[in-house]
Design a protein around this ligand. Sequence first.
Ligand code: ANZ
Length: 672
Amino acid sequence: MKSKTYILEMFPYPSGNIHMGHVRNYVIGDISARYHKLKGDEVIHPMGWDAFGLPAENAAIQFDTHPQDWTLKNIESMKSQLQKLDLDLDWDREVATCNEDYYRHQQELFIDLYNAGLAYKKDALVNWDPVDQTVLANEQVIDGKGWRTGASVEKKVLSQWFFKITDYAEELLRDLDDLTLWPEKVKTMQRNWIGKSTGAEINFSITESDNILNIFTTRPDTIYGATFIALSVNHKMVEQLLSQDEIKKIKGDFDKIVDDKDKRGILLKIKCKHPLLDKELPVYIANFVLDNYGEGAIFGCPAHDDRDYEFAQKYSIPVIKVIECDDKELPFSGDGIVINSPMLDGLSKNDAIAKIINYFEENKIGKRSINYKIRDWGVSRQRYWGCPIPVIYYNDGSYRVLDKSELPVVLPYDVNLNGKGNALLGHEKWRKLICPKTNQTAYRETDTLDTFVDSSWYYIRFLNNKNNQPFDAKDIDSFLPVDKYIGGIEHAILHLLYSRFFMKALRDIYKLNVSEPFKQLFTQGMITHKTYKNDTDWVMPKDVALKEGKLIDIKTQTLVTEGPSEKMSKSKKNVVEPNEILDNYGIDATRIFMISDSPPDRELEWTDEGIQSSKNIINRIERYFKNKQTVISDESIKRVERYVFEIEKNILNFSLNKCVANIYTLFNALEK
Ligand code: ANZ
C-alpha cells in the first residue's frame, strides 16, 4: 500500500506579488513533496489563497476598485508567478477563502461550533483599532498596538462573537508535549500564551457584611504576609461602593498612566478579614490589578512581590517578611523557607503551598485553583471583506443563528465602500429580511469573521475542495495530520494555536480521530539583504553600482552608503524581485540558491555572488550530462550510491543546504 504524505506550505495572502520569502517557503516544501512522490508515496501538496481581509478593502478604496476584483486579479497574477517557479503543486485542490464555495462551509462550521457551545455572543471590553476601525483579538495586539496598523489600541464595550478556545486550554497545553517535531521555540511561545498558573482561590470575608471576596494567588504560602487587598477598577464590588461617575474618573486617571512602575490606589471604605489571623486588611482599587485575570482581585504581600512592594511603599502599607531572606533583598520573590507563619514555619515553598491549600479546603476558606492567561477568541470584525456570520437579529434585540438549510449567506458585491466603518451596515437591501421562521422583520449580522478563522481549517478543505460538505471524516482520518507544515515563525501563536483549537473542536463535534493538524512544523528563516541609502531615501539594490571604487545610485548618480543586511522589506527597498531573478538566472539556479547558503530555518543572505554560484553549479551539471561518458566506472556507481544515501537523509532532516553540498561533492568526483 502507498503511504500517504501531506506536505503543506502556509498559503499566501494575495497581495499581488510573490516575494522572495514566498519563494524560499515553497521551494523548501517542494523538495519534500517531490522526494516523497519519487519514493512512491501518495502525496498531497496543495496551494490556495488566504483571500479575505482588510488590505483588499483598503486597496479597493485607494485604487477605486472592488475588493473582490482586486483579490481575484492578484490571485491570477500570483498564481502565474508561482507556476513560473515550476512547483509541483496540486492546483486542482486550490481554494480561495473569499469564494462562496469555501466560506459557505465555514458558515456551517460556525453553526456547528455554536450548537456545541463553542461559539457565543457577549458584551465585551474589546481591543479597538482606531485606524482600521475594527476589533482585534488579544493575539493581534502587540505591546498595546494594532499588529497591522501600529496604532495605539483603545478599549471599547461591544457585543461580539467569541470562540471558546479556553475550553481547550489544558489540552492545547498538554498536547504540545507530543508535538516532538515542532520547534521548541514555538511550543514555548504557545505555552506562555496559554499561561497556566496553579495556586489557590481564597475567600476573604468583608467585615460587617456577609460578602465574600474571592482572590486568586499562586503564592498561598505567603498568606501570613498579606497586608492589603486590591481590586481591579472593573471588579463588581467596586460598582456597589462607588458611583458610575467616580468609577469613570478613576478609569480615566488610570488610562493616563504610561509608566509601568507608577502604582496608583484608591482606598475603599470596606475592610477584609485576614483568613488566618485576627486582623483587618485595607482594601484598595489598584491600577495594576487586571480585571480579566484570576478573580480581578489580589491579596498584596509586599515583602515578596515587586508590584505589591512598590504599592506598599507609596501608600505606607506594612511589609511583613514571611520567606527567609536578607532584609536587603526585599522584595524577595524567590524560593525559601517560610517564617513568621504559625502554621507553615520551617516548610519549603511547595510543602507550605500544599499544606495551606489542604487547610483552606478543610475549613472552607478556599480551594485549589488553576488559571489560564488565554482568553476566548474574539472573532467579530467590523469589516465588509470577510465571511458573513450566519446570524439574524430581531427588533427586540434577540437573535437566531441560521439553520444550515438557510445557507449560504452570500457576501453582497454591490456595496458602497466610502471609507469609514463597515459597508455592510449601509446595505439595507442585504441586511433586512423577513425571517421565514417567525415572519418578523430581521436584520443580518454585519460583522464578518476574523480571517484567522478562514485559515484555521483550510488544510482540511484541501483534502476535497469540491465536497458539498465542509469535509468527509474519512479524508481527515486518512490524510491528517499534515506531515510537514512549512511557514513563518510569526504565526507561532495566532494561526498555529487557532488551527490546533479548530482541529480539536471539530474532532469532538464530528467524532474524528485526529487531534492535531500539523505533525511536523518547520519554520523557515528570513531572507535578508544589504540595505542601501542615498542622502534622502533607501535605494533598491538593483539600482546600486560600483563606480571608481564608490557605490552610486545609477538612477540619480548620487553616492550611496551600504548598511547591514536586514530582512527584505519594501519599506527599506532591500528587495529583489523573483520575476527578475527567474528571468536572469532561470528556475533551477533560483531554487537551488534558496537552499544553498544556510540551513533553511536560519536567515539566508541574498548576494549576487550567491545566486551566481548557484547558476554555475547548474551549468556544471548540464555540461556533465552533455559530455557524459558512456562507460560508467564502478567507482562512479559507488559515489552515486553514497550520494543518494546522504541526500535522502538530508532531505528528511530539512538539512537542505547539506543537499547542495552533496551535489558539489558528487560532481567534483564525477568530473575527475
Ligand atoms: C499573592 C502573592 C504573593 C502573589 C506573592 C505573588 C507573590 P501568575 O503567575 O502570572 O499567574 N494576581 C492574581 N490576579 C491578578 C490580577 N487580576 N491582576 C494582577 N495580578 C494578579 O500570577 C499570579 C499572581 O499574580 C498571584 O499571586 C497574584 O499575586 C497576582 F508573594 O498573590 B499573588
